[in-house]
Design a protein around this ligand. Structure first.
Ligand SMILES: NC(=O)c1ccc[n+]([C@@H]2O[C@H](COP(=O)([O-])OP(=O)(O)OC[C@H]3O[C@@H](n4cnc5c(N)ncnc54)[C@H](OP(=O)(O)O)[C@@H]3O)[C@@H](O)[C@H]2O)c1
Length: 358
């Protein structure tokens, strides 16, 4: 899947911020053997500064910890870093200040945290949908830069909405999420709270779904984003699923398609990551399933390296125009995999060269 140019490029040393967390571990797993980026530094909280990674982390990936990181000594966010490109899985309580500081030092921060997503000069990117928004890097106030990916649930909603909105004009969206426990990080929700239960509240989550999709699907004009003009009503729940956020979505359109047009627009959707044949890009970002009981987290979420948005149960809605069920892997395409694809896209568009940005 590699382009010839990437295959011959020397790997770029990168740091992982929040390396001990759920997303940080996924970064380590996904960057192992990556053709473009090489993990050079690991960063966590001051309580873990100076420890070997294997002594500090509670490793819960299903593959062994790569030897290349096990003996690395953890740095903290106020230590100087050699890497120019930083992947951030920092807790939001520290991400704002730390990411701003690194970007001011000239680093390119590619973040999962919520803190900078809605900043006017920060691109909030799904590269299949709005890689043109990376242009904001050129006007960002930092000497380096910050690129963000969306909230994990927004990722799959915005991905599924993108081709439909562009073709038929979405006006109203109602979404109810069933979100996996891995979305809450580690240790996350107490087992006594979640086993055999549904928790109908995730702090700040509904607001993210109701605002971030409009920014992602917005248009770039005079180096600012004009948000897309549709309304989203979101209800978010935590469910006892390990990985994979499921979303029950109802939609209304300006120009209502017929059901075969609806499905084919989703199936045929591709974007710049596929054109550039980026290493982490799925061949098709959206897969439509026809089985009446799919998608399901256990059956589908690990397929296609976790980088695909699954859509099923597309059918008419007696209140809105259509209904569908959307599913994606929250820590892969909803977090670390999304950030890595953003970095690959930024590199392909010339925003990152060896040790130098913009
Ligand atoms: N999990 C998901 O599905 C998901 C999806 C999308 C976005 N996100 C976002 O990604 C970020 C990480 O999420 P997560 O699920 O990986 O959380 P997590 O498992 O709780 O990990 C948090 C990370 O932040 C570090 N950290 C905490 N306090 C710190 C401090 N004072 N200074 C420096 N580092 C500190 C932790 O290091 P220590 O181990 O040393 O404490 C740990 O590495 C969050 O902003 C989250 O909202 C998560």
């Amino acid at each position: 899947m590699l382009s010839g140019i990437m295959a011959t490029t020397q790997r770029i040393p990168v740091a992982i911020l929040g390396a001990t967390g759920t997303v940080g571990q996924k970064f380590i797993r996904l960057l192992e053997g990556h053709p473009l980026f090489q993990v050079h530094e690991l960063v966590a909280s001051p309580r873990n500064r100076g420890k070997r990674y294997l002594d500090a982390v509670h490793w819960h990936e299903t593959v062994s910890m790569p030897d290349s990181v096990a003996e690395m000594v953890l740095k903290a966010t106020d230590d100087p870093l050699e890497s120019e490109v930083l992947f951030s899985g920092l807790d939001s309580s520290v991400a704002d200040e730390a990411e701003t500081a690194y970007a001011s030092q000239g680093k390119l921060v590619i973040s999962n945290a919520k803190n900078h997503r809605m900043d006017a000069d920060v691109p909030l990117v799904i590269p299949e949908v709005n890689s043109d928004h990376l242009e904001l890097l050129r006007v960002q106030k930092h000497t380096g830069g910050i690129i963000t990916n969306s909230n994990c649930s927004t990722m799959f909603l915005a991905m599924a909405l993108a081709p439909l909105h562009r073709r038929f004009g979405v006006t109203d969206v109602h979404v109810t999420t069933l979100q996996a426990v891995s979305g809450a990080g580690y240790p996350g929700v107490a087992s006594m709270d979640i086993l055999g239960n549904v928790v109908p509240y995730i702090a700040d989550e509904e607001d993210k779904l109701e605002t971030e999709a409009a920014k992602i699907l917005g248009s770039l004009a005079d180096q600012r984003i004009v948000p897309a003009d549709f309304r989203v009503s979101a209800q978010c729940t935590r469910v006892p699923v390990a990985d994979g956020h499921t979303e029950m979505v109802s939609l209304r359109f300006e120009n209502k398609p017929d059901i075969s047009e609806f499905k084919s627009v989703l199936r045929e959707f591709t974007g710049p990551p596929q054109e550039h044949r980026l290493p982490s890009a799925p061949a098709r970002p959206i897969h439509v399933l026809e089985q009446p009981d799919r998608p399901q987290p256990r059956a589908d979420v690990y397929r296609e390296n976790g980088m695909v948005t699954w859509v099923g149960r597309i059918r008419p809605c007696p209140v809105f125009d259509y209904r569908m069920v959307v599913l994606g892997h929250n820590t892969v395409r909803g977090a670390a995999g999304a950030a890595i694809l953003n970095a690959e896209m930024a590199h392909a568009l010339g925003y990152i060269s060896q040790g130098l940005m913009r």
